[in-house]
Design a protein around this ligand. Sequence first.
Ligand code: DHB
Length: 493
Amino acid sequence: FNQLASLSLITLPLIAQADTVVNKNDLTFNANQYTSQIIQVNGQEIKYRAYEHIVYVKNPVDTQYQQMNIYIPEAYFANGQIGSYNAQNAPIFLPNSIGGYMPAEPATATPSLKGPKAGKTSTVAYALAHGYVVAAPGARGRTTQNTDGQYTGKAPAAIVDLKAAVRYLRHNDAAMPGNAEKIISNGTSAGGAMSALLGASGNHSDYEPALKALGAANARDDIFAVSAYCPITNLENTDAAYEWQFAGVTAYKKMMMGNMIDFRMERKEVAGTLTVAEIKTAKDLKTRFPGYLNGLKLRDEKGELLTLNAAGNGTFKEHITSLLMSSAQKALNKGTDLSNTPWLTIHNGQVVSVDFDQYVKTITRLKTPPAFDALDLSSGENDLFGTSTIKAQHFTAFGQANSRVNGTSADPAIVKLMNPMSYIGAAQSITTKNWRIRHGTTDRDTSLAISAILATTLKNQGKNVDYALPWNVPHSGDYDLDELFAWIDQISQ
Ligand code: DHB
């Protein structure tokens, strides 16, 4: 009892102090307000300081999500080094935890308790062990509501929150180990989309009113690098892109949970076949894709224009198949047995061709058309584009015109705010120079065309882009942290 009593005496003042910091909320990082923690990574003990639950705006709407956990290797408070990093030059790794466009609490260094990665060493812990300062932001999402029942996290809330977190880090750069000019954003799926958007739209004035209203720190929000796994992005063009790839597949294996999409949840799928009406919708949407794609005037590494004819064939499709071939070749070179891959032709250890239709049939369709702007407003993306008082809306002309529930449409200005394609190279934004984009070959959550368009647009703008389709990887992220960290180290030199 005595021991317990003295323990609570020790913790009480700490809690009181934390309270004052939050209430004062002047966006000043307090280096003395931390707990010391130790975590094992690959058998090695990593000591770090945990600064948790830092509200990163002066006027938060929702402190459960508009807060950030910052973790800093203890070594950086004692003039130490990890690899070639120290308190001055360590990059700041910024992993968001967004999935399914849902609200996201900040990631922690300790393993998560649920989901496919439960009990496993966290991404944060690996990053700390590698010598990064880690700033894990939370963000509002499509379902958050205030006490009046108004939605507070519909688009563009998540991106505004991430920008506010970046501004907080810049504002406090001098008071914190790590270099805020070396912020590397990381995210998967919806979080990958937000990571890409953060990188594309640095400092753009479109977000200024929302940032001002929240009382974000007065600092820049452009970042050094983007890591994006399977970004569910370019939402207003993604239904057409999905059908460009999947229209020929009428059998699907769909998520049972409907719109509760989220790469972190265990997925139960139900098999089915498209209805006659859905097959027609798929064909309609597919015919819309070549016009959009050709309008982008993308070029491959050799300067050749990437185009599609009305049937959806052409150099852009060849570009996607060449990406699949590179992926297969890499797997083959590593000794992976590909003999059971019916859509690949291999001669003497060389991948010589890909049968794209067969590939698509093999991975199967996940979503029924339209894959994103659902005609009954049932998708997560419909929910994302609601307003403070409207739960879900359409966000494409096709969805609006074919709505089965007489749905209203999102303000096009808000749809624009959620799409990195609107900001890459825009006069007013600083688009990140360094990009690493990964999209697994068995991912059916969005078309491969979506990440390929993003990567090619960036390359054509002169950005440093590392883009690949990892072999046999489904909709997921953080599966190759060694490679990701090697890339970060190389660009941070
Ligand atoms: C996610 C997955 C989806 O299929 C989608 O449409 C949106 C988000 C996700 O895992 O974050």
